[in-house]
Design a protein around this ligand. Structure first.
Ligand code: AMP
Length: 215
């Protein structure tokens, strides 16, 4: 089963993707993670995208489609792929459709995670992740353990806050979502594979809605 998690920054796509990886043996393809990795490893592409990402704008379609093409052609996922943060534009959605078709794969479900904008700001400014495994924490609802050991990987790692998780970048990221990404909701509705769930519920309730949407 190949699925897309669609929703604004802070909707909980990454958290749900991590759960699906553990429970359904799926492979998470997060273009945000791939781009952050390219920055950290200092590749040419990483340098090119750094400023764009910090401002909260979208990286070019060409770059992200290239990253996804490379991942899809370099291996297969028996439990299926979770596209997290991709596609973000109509051109990316068309490119993904073409890539999957080339590989004889299908897109089975697009799950839109709905959240209210004010809740996003609160969530994002409280967010941190384990520097070792990427487990997501929240200062209010899921604080970093007092002993500093990650609840997922058990390592005493550094818990990082993202450079673009600040109110200024978030405004640009939200604008990019509404201008460039939200048209995908209508696009996938028309294609017949959209399911919408409430992303504001507790983590367990969101997980239950997700499981129901995936069948
Ligand atoms: P994310 O981790 O999904 O919130 O992505 C972080 C940043 O990476 C975004 O604000 C964009 O600058 C860039 N990015 C990630 N995925 C994409 C994409 N599919 N298209 C364009 N830019 C992206």
């Amino acid at each position: 089963m190949n699925i897309i998690l669609l929703g604004p920054p802070g909707a909980g796509k990454g958290t749900q993707a991590q759960r699906l990886v553990k429970q359904r043996d799926m492979v998470q393809l997060s273009t945000g993670d791939m781009l952050r990795e390219a920055r950290t490893s200092g590749t040419e592409m990483g340098k090119v995208v750094a400023d764009v990402m910090d401002r909260g704008e979208l990286v070019t379609d060409e770059i992200v489609i290239g990253l996804i093409r490379e991942k899809l052609s370099s291996g297969s996922a028996s439990g299926g792929y979770i596209f997290d943060g991709f596609p973000r534009t109509l051109a990316q959605a068309d490119a993904l459709g073409a890539l999957l078709e080339e590989l004889g794969e299908t897109l089975d479900r697009v799950v839109e995670m709905q959240v209210d904008d004010e809740a996003l700001v609160a969530r994002i400014t409280a967010r941190s992740t384990c520097g070792n495994c990427g487990e997501v924490y929240n200062d209010n609802t899921k604080p970093v353990p007092a002993d500093g050991a990650c609840t997922s990987c058990g390592q005493t790692a550094e818990f990082k806050r993202r450079a673009d998780d600040n109110e200024e970048s978030l405004k640009t990221r939200l604008l990019a979502y509404y201008k460039q990404t939200s048209p995908l909701i209508g696009y996938y509705y028309a294609k017949g594979n959209l399911a919408s769930i409430n992303g504001l519920d507790s983590m367990d309730a969101v997980a239950a809605s997700m499981d129901e949407a995936l069948g």
